[in-house]
Design a protein around this ligand. Structure first.
Ligand code: SAM
Length: 416
């Protein structure tokens, strides 16, 4: 294989930039691995839904798709004819037609990157180590956190003493117990920690911080000193939608609750980039653009797209399928940033839409964005980052939600 600089960059950084289009391909496993020193994510466990080349079986070696309880066979909605669309659906279709050339161009440039296409199947399998992802035995934090016992649950956090090993080569491990719910838990900068809870182990990245609570407690996230606000705020809300309900994947929230997220109080007064994942529903888009973003102080958002591909580079579904687009949208905008001001040396204003491509992991799991967005994040470097409704942790991030430890279960990791 002829290895290009872009492929070398993918191997080293998790990002392959497609110079011929406003697009990049990401390997979330490599990007997430940067948060760990002693552990690494197992690719076959991340890429647990099999998006192999054939529609039917997928990669023979990939882990079985996650079984959702009581999953019923559902009929695919018929593709509506243009004349059957109502007024709102016609607006959604027009929006899709506007994005289409950018998406097609991005996908075309991916298919032209032959070295990347050859690399993809191996990237997904990793070194062939197949981790047994038994999701049926994992802790259900959403349920545990809403039980009367929640304030009584404790996690034992084990971390290696800074000066490593004693003369016999064994490590000094320190342990401390802490309430697991409704409390901010921080991991020191120098090394990852392991958290024990109900006979399961969780890998906690160095320099990460999390708060596992329900929506009611979001004000606990507001920094005591407003100068320690966040420069990157990523929000992936549990929007109400039929697909999530059907799959019983996680609880959803009425859209209007989002108006009460303390986004402005979380933002650094020196400037923050806000990223909001939305669904392709036009009614939701209107609410977000007309009410939600203005209430958070975000004007003129820029739209990015996450285009989902299989391990052979093909799209996971027909681009034009009305009810099941193979892409998701994210809206990006600034809080506390004067767009007329001269940007600093390591900061660029967002300039138009871009396409991010990757092979999806578990249902609704989004690719990590910090690195690909780094030049657009205002304020100090490295930036202070927060994810709302998170299901995983990262170095330099505060993760909040009712299950931020979901993907930290040790079954997704192996020791280096
Ligand atoms: N960004 C995540 C990822 O990449 O894996 C997915 C987030 S998912 C769309 C929404 C999350 O919000 C789920 O973990 C869900 O359990 C959580 N959630 C739902 N209702 C909540 C509530 N009332 N308070 C806190 N979190 C909630």
């Amino acid at each position: 294989m002829n290895v290009s600089d872009e492929l070398r960059s993918l191997e080293a950084t998790g990002i392959y930039r497609l110079a011929s289009s406003r697009a990049a391909f990401l390997d979330p496993v490599r990007l997430l691995d940067e948060s760990y020193r002693r552990f690494r994510l197992v690719p076959s466990a991340y890429y647990s839904r099999s998006f192999g080349p054939s529609n039917q079986g997928g990669d023979a070696q990939a882990v079985r798709p996650v079984p959702y309880p009581d999953r019923k066979k559902r009929k695919r909605k018929r593709q509506p004819k243009p004349q059957e669309l109502n007024a709102v659906e016609r607006i959604a279709e027009a929006r899709h037609q506007e994005a289409r050339p950018l998406l097609i161009n991005a996908h075309k440039s991916l298919l032209e990157a032959k070295d990347l296409l050859e690399f993809l199947p191996g990237m997904i399998k990793g070194d062939g180590c197949i981790q047994d992802v038994q999701t049926s035995s994992e802790n259900n934090f959403v349920e545990l956190g809403s039980s009367w016992r929640a304030p009584l649950y404790e996690m034992t956090i084990c971390f290696q003493k800074p000066h490593g090993q004693d003369e016999e080569g064994s490590c000094h491990v320190q342990r401390r117990s802490t309430p697991l719910f409704n409390k901010v838990i921080s991991v020191e900068e120098n090394d990852e920690a392991e958290g024990e809870f109900q006979s399961r182990l969780y890998i906690l990245p160095k320099g990460s911080c999390f708060l596992m609570t329900d929506f009611k407690h979001t004000r606990d996230l507001i920094p005591d000193n407003s100068n320690n606000g966040y420069n990157l705020i990523v929000i992936d809300p549990p929007w109400e939608n039929g697909c999530v309900r059907q799959k019983e994947a996680y609880p959803t929230l009425p859209n209007r609750y989002l108006l009460y997220l303390p986004v402005q109080e979380l933002a650094d007064p020196a400037g923050a980039l806000l990223v909001l994942w939305i669904t392709n529903r036009e009614k939701l888009r209107r609410f977000v653009e007309d009410e939600l973003l203005p209430s958070w102080g975000v004007k003129d958002p820029t739209e990015f797209y996450w285009l989902k591909v299989k391990s052979d580079g093909s799209l996971i579904g027909d681009l034009d399928l009305f009810h099941h687009r193979p892409y998701e949208c994210l809206l990006l905008g600034y809080i506390n940033v004067n767009k007329e001001a001269e940007p600093g040396p390591k900061f660029k204003f967002l300039q138009g839409s871009q396409v991010i491509m990757s092979v999806p992991g578990a249902h609704s799991r989004k690719p990590p964005l910090q690195k690909i967005l780094s030049e657009f994040i205002p304020g100090p470097k490295p930036p202070r980052c927060i994810e709302l409704f998170a299901r995983e942790l990262g170095s330099g991030w505060t993760s909040w939600g009712n299950e931020p430890l979901h993907f930290q279960d040790s079954m997704y990791f192996s020791e280096k």
